[in-house]
Every structure is written in structure tokens, then in C-alpha cells.
Design a protein around this ligand. Structure first.
Ligand SMILES: NC(=O)c1ccc[n+]([C@@H]2O[C@H](COP(=O)([O-])OP(=O)(O)OC[C@H]3O[C@@H](n4cnc5c(N)ncnc54)[C@H](O)[C@@H]3O)[C@@H](O)[C@H]2O)c1
Length: 327
């Protein structure tokens, strides 16, 4: 998009954490912001903050899994602000750590309902409204770095986030030739109360009867030298780092999303430190192709006839953003 001034942006999960950071960044960029979140008290607080700053805002208490309520929310936004331009599918939850087969069906229904189906609900409800007026628009969905390179123990969460990345790549493909773009936001660690909030918003009927899945494991202890090895005599364990330094603020996450919308990025990333894990995964996939010569006839078919199977311009369009301007 050329600019966000006067555009209407609908942010789900917009009343805390990353969503609030995104909502604030869009407000600062001149957008009229709709803060849609399942927690009414936080929606009210957020609306007060926006009003204090003098930014146009509309608060809506919305559960993204409720399709009728989603349509009613979109109607309400169009009534108050007019055209919708930007959708940020950010609402998300987690369900703790377990082996994939040990998660309960309630874990599965809860997390896929919000993290995956909730985003489809947003796309089905709002994208046709953006396309209908023909002006510029954009859709961002908050996935995660763990949707790219999975984290052991968090399989269900990673699976939903990987699905979101594919969904946004598909949406970007479907939107080719329109004035509407799509991005998968893949943050690394961000300073929020995600685990506690996920427990708080979990509906009664979706809570587990027995012990909940365990929280993610704590950071590893510092390395210790093998005892009695003369080569490690005088070994001094490195000092424990301040683990909070791995986290970025929700405000920084929000600024990166606002910039990604303006740049039209397919992927919006936060921590360049994760480039190694993406490279490792990509290289593993490339290595896994059978070591066989290419079949010239198949090459001809894929290169000249079924090009949609092997070439997609959405990937070529991605460029590298510079360092974030924090001034
Ligand atoms: N915090 C991190 O390190 C991190 C990293 C990568 C991705 N993410 C993703 O970022 C997004 C935001 O998470 P966060 O860390 O800011 O935590 P958060 O708990 O502060 O934000 C999630 C928000 O979504 C809302 N929400 C939950 N279920 C909802 C529903 N059914 N309908 C509407 N709103 C609902 C919550 O009330 C909350 O305000 C999530 O999608 C999460 O998966 C977080």
C-alpha cells in the first residue's frame, strides 16, 4: 500500500501484546483502527488509549471463531468508518507443550479454531469487502517463526502457524492483479503474556478435564566441562545471558508490521538471528530430492505449460528491508 493515512484497519487480538503494538503502529501511521478482541475489558482500555492520543478508533468485542459475530462486526465497521482496507489476523492462542499424539481433542479444537479457522473466517468475511471498493488494501496474518522451523514439544502450535504461512502465500497468489496484498508475519520471541492470556480466553467447554499440557521447557543451563579432562582445566563457564534480551517489544513488532504492509512484503520477519534455521530447513528440503537426472520432457512440461506448478511470482517479489528506523 502507498500509505495508511485515513485507511481503515481491522486488528484481531488487538487489545494486548503484539496486536496492540500493531494497532498502535497503524494508528500512528494515520489509520482508523478497529480493535477487535475477545476480552472486552482490554478492548475498552485500548479504546481509551487511542482516544487519549487523538487517533480514530472503534472497539469491538469479537470472538474470531464466531462467524455470525464476525460478519456483524464488519457491518459495524463499515457503518462507522466506511470502507475497510486492512485486515490483521493476529488473534492467537497456545495450548502448552506435549507430544503431538498426547494433545487432547479439546486442545486441537481450541487452537485450530482460533489460530487457523479464525483466520479463514477473517479472510472470508473481510477480503470480499476490501476487493469490492477497488482501493488499495492489505491482509496480514500473524504466524510465527515456529511455523517455519518447528519447536519440539509445541507441535500443535507450530502446525497451525505453518498452516497460516501457506494460507497467506495462497492468498497473495489469489490476490495477484488486484490492489490488495498479503503478508505472513513470522515473529521470533516477543515480550507478551501469551501463555497466561491463552488460558484466560479458553472457553469452559474447551478446557481439559485432567492435567493441562505442560508449559514450554525453561532455557537450558550453561554448559559444564567434562570433569577430569586436562584439556578443559581452567574452563570458565560463560556467564548466563539475560534471556529477556532475546525478546523484542510488541511496539517494535507493530512497527515492523506497519512497514511490511507499506512495502508489500510477503513475509514480515523480526529476528535476523533465525536466518540460520530457515537456511538449514531449506537446504534439508533441497538435499532430499532424489539424486537423479532431470527428465527433459518433464522439464519442458513444467517450464512451458504447467508453469503454475513450479513458478510463482509472489516469491520473486520479496526484497530485503533495511534496519528498522527507531528514531
Ligand atoms: N509472543 C510471542 O513470542 C509470539 C511469537 C510468535 C507469534 N506470536 C503470535 O502473536 C499473536 C499475538 O500473541 P501475543 O504474544 O501478542 O499474545 P497475547 O495473548 O497478548 O495476544 C493475543 C490476543 O488475542 C486475543 N484472542 C485470543 N483468542 C481470541 C479469539 N477467539 N477471538 C478474538 N481475540 C482472541 C487475546 O485476548 C489477546 O488479546 C498470536 O497469534 C501468537 O501466536 C507470538
Amino acid at each position: 500500500m502507498q500509505n495508511l493515512q485515513g485507511k481503515t484497519a481491522f486488528v484481531t487480538g488487538g487489545a494486548s501484546g503484539i496486536g496492540l503494538g500493531i494497532a498502535k503502529a497503524l494508528g500512528r501511521a494515520g489509520a482508523k483502527v478497529v480493535v477487535a478482541d475477545v476480552r472486552r475489558n482490554l478492548v475498552d482500555e485500548t479504546v481509551k488509549w487511542f482516544e487519549g492520543e487523538g487517533y480514530p478508533v472503534l472497539g469491538i468485542c469479537l470472538d474470531v471463531t464466531d462467524r455470525e459475530a464476525y460478519a456483524a462486526a464488519a457491518d459495524e465497521v463499515e457503518r462507522v468508518f466506511g470502507k475497510l482496507h486492512v485486515l490483521v489476523n493476529n488473534a492467537g492462542v497456545e495450548v502448552g507443550s506435549a507430544k503431538l499424539w498426547d494433545f487432547t481433542y479439546r486442545d486441537i479444537d481450541f487452537i485450530t479454531g482460533v489460530n487457523f479457522l479464525g483466520i479463514l473466517n477473517g479472510i472470508k468475511t473481510i477480503v470480499p469487502r476490501i476487493l469490492a471498493h477497488g482501493e488499495e488494501g492489505h491482509v496480514v496474518s500473524t504466524a510465527s517463526m515456529s511455523g517455519v522451523s518447528v519447536v519440539p514439544g509445541a507441535g500443535l502450535y507450530c502446525a497451525t502457524k505453518g498452516g497460516v504461512i501457506s494460507m497467506m502465500e495462497t492468498l497473495a497468489s489469489d490476490l495477484q492483479g488486484t490492489k490488495v496484498g498479503a503478508s505472513a508475519f513470522c515473529p521470533g520471541p516477543v515480550q507478551t503474556n501469551f501463555a497466561a492470556n491463552s488460558t484466560q480466553v479458553r472457553p469452559e467447554g474447551m478446557k481439559n478435564d485432567g492435567a493441562p499440557a505442560s508449559p514450554p521447557p525453561p532455557p537450558p543451563p550453561p554448559p559444564e566441562p567434562p570433569t577430569g579432562d586436562p584439556r578443559t582445566a581452567g574452563f570458565v563457564a560463560p556467564p548466563m545471558p539475560d534471556f529477556s534480551k532475546a525478546l523484542i517489544s510488541p511496539e517494535e513488532a507493530g512497527e515492523r508490521v506497519a512497514r511490511g504492509i507499506l512495502r508489500g512484503d510477503l513475509y514480515i520477519m523480526t529476528h535476523p538471528e533465525f536466518k540460520g534455521s530457515v537456511k538449514t530447513k531449506s537446504e534439508a528440503m533441497l538435499r532430499s530430492f532424489p539424486d537423479e537426472p532431470l527428465d527433459p520432457e518433464r522439464v519442458n512440461i513444467f517450464e512451458n505449460f504447467f508453469t503454475f506448478l513450479t513458478k510463482n511470482p509472489i516469491y520473486d517479489a520479496q526484497t530485503t528491508p533495511g534496519a528498522l528506523d527507531r528514531s
